[in-house]
Design a binder for this molecule. Sequence first.
Ligand code: WT7
Length: 665
Amino acid sequence: MSTNNEGSTQGGATADSGSFDSLMRENRVFPPPAEFASRAWIKSEMEWEAMYRRSIEHPELFWAEAAEELSWSKKWDKVLEGTFPDPKWFTGGKLNLCYNAVDRHVEAGRGDKVALIWEGEPVGQVVKLTYSQLLVEVQRFANVLKAHGVKKGDRVAIYMGMTNELAIAVLACARIGAIHSVIFGGFAAHAISDRVKDCDCRVVVTQDMSYRRGAPIKLKEIVDAGLESCPDVRSVIVYQREPKFETPMKAGRDSWWHEEAAKVSAECPCAEQEAEDPLFILYTSGTTGKPKGLVHTTGGYAVQTYLTTKYVFDIHDDDIYWCSADIGWITGHSYVVYGPLQNGATVLLYEGAPNFPEQDRFWQIVDDHKVTIFYTAPTAIRAFIKFGVDKVRKHSLASLRLLGTVGEPINPEAWMWFHREVGHENCPIVDTWWQTETGGHMLAPIPGAIATKPGSATRPFFGIEPAVLTKEGDPVPNDHGGLLVIRKPWPSMARTIWGDDERFAQAYFSEIPGCYFTGDGARCDADGYYWLMGRVDDVINVSGHRLGTMEIESALVAHPKVAEAAVVGRPDELKGQAIAAFVSLEYGLDPSDELKQELRQWVAKEIGALARPDDLRFTPILPKTRSGKIMRRLLRELATTGDIKGDTTTLEDFSLLAKLRDNDD
Ligand code: WT7
């Protein structure tokens, strides 16, 4: 099935990537399976080529045609106005995204189709909602929000586990034009208060608890701790996931979702939104200590999430679609909620861990619900490989027809395993490259048309013009590493950072004038395929979760015993990258194992368990250049190889190197 395609393999990496060597050697090509292509939306490379060319030559025509597939209460005047850093899409147009995701399917007579299948972590807990039922629930909750004073443009924080109610809360906000700010349920109290305060949320939606590996995570108690420093929050609405647990409720502020919903009507009209009205804020890590609240708007986001779901997942009416990402991340916003529901799909949501109660839980779910499209992260695939092949081979998986990955580069070995053991060699794999900032897929194969190569996110989506450039903005030849940029605006791009237009322009559009700077390194091969090489900035990617090294450093220095801290990523077989922290203590304090554990735990408490350093080493001082910059390159090398061989000529204190080595575990 694989054909050899010898390509040139020289190149200069600009980024760290554990699997870089094997990526440079990768030359297998997998054409779309004929049967898949025969029923796909786009059936051949020729067809793709013609569409792509047109989308680049006439982007406004292309995106206008895509937008026609959605419902607008008023048609746009102009498809695109302006350019980076401030483009506007579909100006003059009016629509409601909740209407497009829910109502219109009911109005088209498809109300009895299942919209959401919720699978709880405890085996046997399944709740299905049809589009008609979803519509009722969303309207009720929209009315609850209104009853709590939420108006168009107000921000609503949502801190929940993976439940149907999380999707309902999100859609209810969209329905009334409130701006949702979903905070991933794995974040700690501190992260909640930062986010609630940053965009001034007055209403918070949460749930009592969620299950993770059989244990209750008491989300409401974490919210309470976070809100101690948020006196402006007037309402906390709590979805009751599990009545058997006692949940503290604060009189005058807290109320139960089900009690509130019983008081309101099941009818709530959709607010008419301008195309450029904000839809949501989603915080993500950047190169500074403070997470960025990226603002996404309505029209362009609707169109691109709709169209990418249609073409990249080749979604059809009979598909059962499962994206294993949490709604708390952009993947969940775009490809659990908005993209698939706008396409009228049946979407599966799973509450719990992949290895609970057994390591084959995911495959059990695929078989139980006859999942046809399965979208997950490379880190999960690497974990499945570790669980052993018998876990997956126990299950038929015959319903699957398409697989997808997202979040980090996939090493070809993991790709091949996914292809063989899960896809049984007849499911295309769509490796989708995109970001919180891009809102929707940017690089991804169109599965009936584009041959895949293990480890490559392949070609750009329609209307997307990527390039690989040097720092100076010059094109880099094929097969050489450089900076990945996007040359033209696209509909679902973030429009700003909440309250900080300046930082938005600075972070994304100042590095390479005229282009959007992704922060990723990449190379493009002679066939026009892109190979991602990891971040080139101080962002690290741990199990597909994005973290800023500075964010972890600020958490560490907030500890009273820490004087200074530097955090770097090092390659990790399972997580992609692991977090290595170097810490110097306040004068007179001695390092100890207890303190090491205390500091690791401290970071987990400050940010969330996902930020807990894997390694933590004490050092008397940190290596700095003469100008006082921390030499991360050295620390990265030390964390990776246990030694430093690189150039140290600008190191302030040579003896420090010996000390750092001595402190090695
Ligand atoms: C960063 C964005 C967008 C969904 C989840 C992550 C890395 C994402 C891929 C991929 C190689 C990838 C990049 C990017 N990334 N997808 N298919 N291949 N790298 O969103 O948290 O905003 O992180 O994830 O480094 O910049 P995010």
